[in-house]
Design a protein around this ligand. Structure first.
Ligand SMILES: *Cc1c(COP(=O)(O)O)cnc(C)c1O
Length: 413
């Protein structure tokens, strides 16, 4: 569900005419719907009802500070994967006791920073990491709160590049070693073991893999209890899919209903870490058509946005709907919608039927709010796009378009 809709012929975001934003801010630009974002936030945050829970937004998905501040104000927490994300999360107003920190490669400096700030918990991904955290906390004269991230070996049936809970993936500690790892951690003098965690992948569109993973975690929690190791929380990760095209992912409430028996069997507080489900359908990428190029084989619609702005199609062969910002009566054509970057993987859509656009027309690449701007780069020396938030009938630039000078910062003095 989102609030990008046509009024007459013109695409609107909340009450804002997308054409007006493009005129004023230029293209390419990311445009976010405040109303959609809040709606998703409420749906996710209330899904667990009375069950003690902490909703942690996975900020790698979209780390714009305005979006972070908005979510922090709604009382949710944040799931981070780097020191930079910790810095942004704190600046945006997330209290440290609502921050969980995952990632297989935390540096000593990042671990120290997170300990100094007093985050809720590290989700630890290996035994060597645990040893390092123990050592650093020892030198600081404190105990580090940790959860162990377990790799439950569950197939999330999503794109292989976004599976994270298979035994061939680099994430977490295998469930076979879970018990011994927890015992080992519990004996470390500067570690306080408070949680268990799993995150099995992204863009998951059925509940079964979540249930399987939560049940495996609950089983481990039971074994730990019998060993006298009592935890405080069970973190069941993120990964809730969204509709990009024809997918019908479960609603947050259906998803909660499915995992709740496993969660309740432990009596622990539940943490969950959705990312994409918050922002994916709350954002679009608006691009302008530069050329329509016909070859003997194909028609290419060449836009001023490219894979440096939105890499998901190139990286995961992801499907994004392409909508005309202004509806016309033009006949449909089948075309590749591509960018200006010097790579053949620079495309937004392949062999897609769209109304024939003309030079200067605006196109909206839909469902671009998650893993969109946060994965953008300066490849081909392209300044990164502007980000804009529409709210009711107004819009605000929430990140300025980069300028050429930004491209040489730190290279010339
Ligand atoms: C990326 C990530 C998430 C969020 O995944 P979504 O599919 O965007 O919901 C949650 N937890 C961890 C540890 C992650 O790395």
């Amino acid at each position: 569900m989102h609030y990008f809709q046509y009024r007459d012929r013109a695409l609107h975001c909340d009450e804002v005419d997308v054409r007006e934003v493009a005129e004023e801010v230029g293209t390419p630009l990311y445009l976010y719907s405040h109303r959609t974002l809040l709606r998703h936030c409420t749906n996710l945050h209330t899904a667990f009802g009375d069950t003690p829970h902490l909703t942690c937004y996975s900020m790698k998905v979209n780390g714009n500070s305005t979006i972070l501040r908005l979510l922090a104000k709604e009382g949710i927490g944040v799931d981070i994967v780097s020191g930079g994300e910790l810095y942004k999360a704190l600046r945006a107003g997330f209290p440290p006791d609502r921050i969980v920190y995952a990632g297989v490669g935390k540096t000593d400096a990042e671990i120290r920073y997170a300990l100094e700030e007093g985050i809720l918990s590290f989700n630890v991904e290996s035994l060597p990491e645990l040893e390092v955290i123990n050592g650093i906390a020892g030198r600081m004269g404190i105990r580090a709160p940790v959860g162990l991230r377990i790799n439950p070996d569950v197939d999330p049936k999503t794109h292989p590049y976004i599976s994270t809970g298979l035994k061939s993936n680099k994430f977490g500690i295998s469930s076979a070693r879970a018990l011994e790892s927890f015992k080992w951690a519990a004996e470390m003098p500067h570690i306080e073991v408070i949680g268990i965690d799993a995150h099995i992948g992204s863009q998951i569109t059925t509940v079964a893999p979540f249930v399987e993973s939560a049940e495996k975690l609950a089983g481990i929690v039971g074994s730990l209890k019998r060993e006298g190791i009592a935890l405080r929380y069970m973190d069941i990760g993120g990964g809730l899919g969204i509709p990009y095209h024809e997918e019908t992912p479960p609603e947050p409430s259906e998803w909660v209903e499915a995992v709740l028996p496993a969660v309740n069997s432990t009596g622990l507080k539940v943490i969950f870490e959705p990312g994409r489900a918050f922002v994916g359908n709350a954002g679009i990428l608006v691009v302008r058509v530069l050329f329509v190029k016909e070859t003997e084989h194909k028609t290419f619609v060449i836009t001023d946005g490219g894979m440096n702005d939105l890499i998901r199609p190139s990286l995961y062969n992801a499907y994004h709907e392409i909508w005309p910002v202004e509806r016309t009566h033009a006949d449909p054509i089948v075309a590749d919608v591509v960018g200006p970057i010097c790579e053949s993987t620079d495309f937004f859509a392949k062999d897609r039927e769209i109304p024939r656009p003309e030079r200067g027309d605006l196109l909206a690449v839909m469902s671009a709010g998650a893993y969109g701007f946060s994965m953008a780069s300066n490849y081909n020396a392209r300044p990164r796009a502007a980000e804009v938030m529409a709210r009711e009938d107004r819009f605000t630039v929430i990140r300025e378009r980069e300028q050429y000078e930004d491209l040489i910062r730190g290279e010339e003095s």
